[in-house]
Ligand binder design. Structure first.
Ligand code: B12
Ligand code: SF4
Length: 433
């Protein structure tokens, strides 16, 4: 490749911490000696915005805000986007990192870049490209055909490395996965951004593994990452040591299931305690009956301050339909043990999965209310949303008003029973209307 590669995240995206979607691939390439930059345009726009506007960034599925940004990009008078375009125009390769919320702006900026710098190779990757690929019936989505020279579905490191080595663009790259995540320290990308530019300047995300062992029918994880791979605990702890040396004090584990590999988890907690005397960390975990009391206590001692646990329902029939891989009784014992280890946690709930009846919902509420002393918090509650690429049947999903109403009733009952809930995480997976 002659010239540099720039990876860019357009607005709006969750703005609080440096973006792993840019920093993992960029770190990988930098460690291999390739010239790469990360341009967090989302962060530039967020910092330039007034506080009232900044609040819009924090609302999930905020389609109005997404449209406003797309229009701003189209009009061509936003100073941050203008400056970014000038910078991107000098690059040999520009990679856009696409999520549902920033795809519209990414498309506009890519089109403008194409006019400004026809020789720049444009690549699109990120979770939204996978969603679009599945939605198009596992083909190049027609709406993206003209936008990019290369579409990458799945992981980005190997595809971007091929481009950095000067290989020509391929129209569609599918699931080229790193066989081993220990090939890298994963921290080299952080030199490309200024942590102080982010609202939570003392916090970073760490991804210790990709993929998931489970196959919940509503989830696309298994299709996004074909194989589950975990870094070694030593590799993850080494990254944490590098961040700590830079003043980072808090860590958000971005793994979809941080307890996918229990051996990793146990060793990780031991190492974190031995090396740092514990660190402040939070993670998403699945209900896992194989986690022992000893392991839960190690998690607590290593400094874990909160867990987000994917329950979704307390009714066996619904859990089975969802393919969650555990029963309500197992979940009950698990929560009791997590609470006994002194760990703070909350659970997520989905209402209206295809086939769920009023009786099933009631059973789920009864399950929760009976365990109110262990489960203190509902982390997130949403009507079921169909995701392209998941195993659920698209035809089964209609956002029926009665499911929204059922969700509202569940929220009322749970509130009456004293469950804590953050309003921002009620119905946060559905579009604001
Ligand atoms: C933390 C998180 C969030 C956070 C913050 C997101 C963030 N950007 O930091 C919050 C809570 C805000 C969030 C919101 C949502 N999220 Co989310 N989130 C995650 C989670 C758990 C971790 C993200 C992460 O940091 N991953 C690590 C990085 C390295 O992975 P990555 O971003 O995918 O990047 C890799 C590849 O995509 C690719 N890549 C990325 N950019 C580029 C660019 C180029 C040029 C190339 C070639 C490749 C490439 O290479 C990277 C490394 O291999 C993931 C699950 C997961 N483990 O990834 C779900 C996940 C990304 N979220 C998901 C969803 C559905 C959402 C929501 C749409 C939910 C909703 N309905 O509201 C929203 C909206 C997001 C949006 N902005 O549009 C899905 C996406 C599925 C899909 N294909 O559509 C995921 C995969 C979870 C799942 N299993 O369902 N999310
Ligand atoms: S919902 Fe969680 S446990 Fe289930 S497949 Fe998705 S990531 Fe894995």
């Amino acid at each position: 490749m002659r010239g540099k590669m720039i990876l860019v995240s357009a607005p709006p995206l969750w703005p609080k911490i440096p973006p792993l979607n840019l920093l993992m691939p960029a770190g990988y390439l930098r460690e291999r000696g390739y010239e790469v930059q990360a341009l967090d345009l989302n962060n530039c726009c967020y910092r330039a915005a007034a506080p009232a506007q900044q609040a819009e960034w924090l609302k999930s599925r905020n389609s109005q805000w997404e449209s406003i940004w797309a229009e701003r990009a189209r009009q061509g008078d936003d100073p941050q986007i203008g400056a970014a375009l000038a910078e991107l125009a000098g690059a040999a390769v520009v990679g856009f990192s696409c999520f549902r919320s920033n795809l519209p702006v990414s498309l506009v900026v890519a089109e403008q870049l194409r006019r400004l710098s026809p020789r720049t190779r444009i690549v699109f990757g990120g979770p939204e490209i996978a969603r679009q690929y599945f939605a198009a019936g596992e083909k190049i989505p027609p709406s993206l055909r003209a936008a990019a020279d290369e579409l990458v579905v799945g992981e980005g490191e190997l595809a971007l490395e091929a481009l950095a080595q000067g290989e020509p663009c391929r129209p569609l790259v599918l699931f080229e996965e790193l066989p081993d995540l220990n090939v890298c320290s994963w921290a080299a990308g952080y030199d490309l951004v200024r942590r102080a530019d982010y609202p939570r300047a003392d916090t970073v995300a760490v991804l210790a593994g990709r993929g998931c062992r489970r196959g919940c029918r509503f989830c696309v994880e298994r299709r996004l990452y074909r194989r589950l791979r975990c870094r070694s605990a030593e590799n993850a702890a080494a990254e944490i040591a590098l961040h700590r040396a830079q003043g980072v004090r808090s860590f958000i584990m971005h793994d979809s299931m941080f307890n996918a590999d229990l051996q990793f988890l146990e060793r990780f907690c031991e190492l974190v305690q031995e090396r740092f005397g514990g660190i402040a960390w939070e993670a998403q975990m699945a209900v896992e009956p194989r986690m022992s009391r000893t392991l839960l206590e190690k998690i607590k001692r290593s400094g874990c301050y909160h867990l987000f646990i994917g329950l979704e329902s307390g009714c066996d029939r619904t859990l089975q339909r969802m393919g969650k891989g555990f029963s309500a009784a197992q979940a009950g014992v698990f929560f009791e043990q997590v609470a006994a280890a002194g760990l703070s946690f909350g659970v997520s709930l989905l209402v209206g999965f295809p086939g769920e009846t009023d009786a099933d919902v009631q059973e789920s509420l009864d399950f929760l209310c009976a365990r109110r002393q262990f489960i203190s918090r509902i982390e997130q509650i949403n009507p079921y949303v169909y995701y392209e690429g998941s195993d659920a049947d698209a035809a089964d999903y209609q956002r029926r008003p009665e499911i929204l109403e059922r969700t509202r009733q569940c929220v009322d009952v749970l509130r009456q029973h004293g469950f804590r809930m953050n309003r921002a995480f009620i119905n946060n997976l559905i579009e604001k209307i």
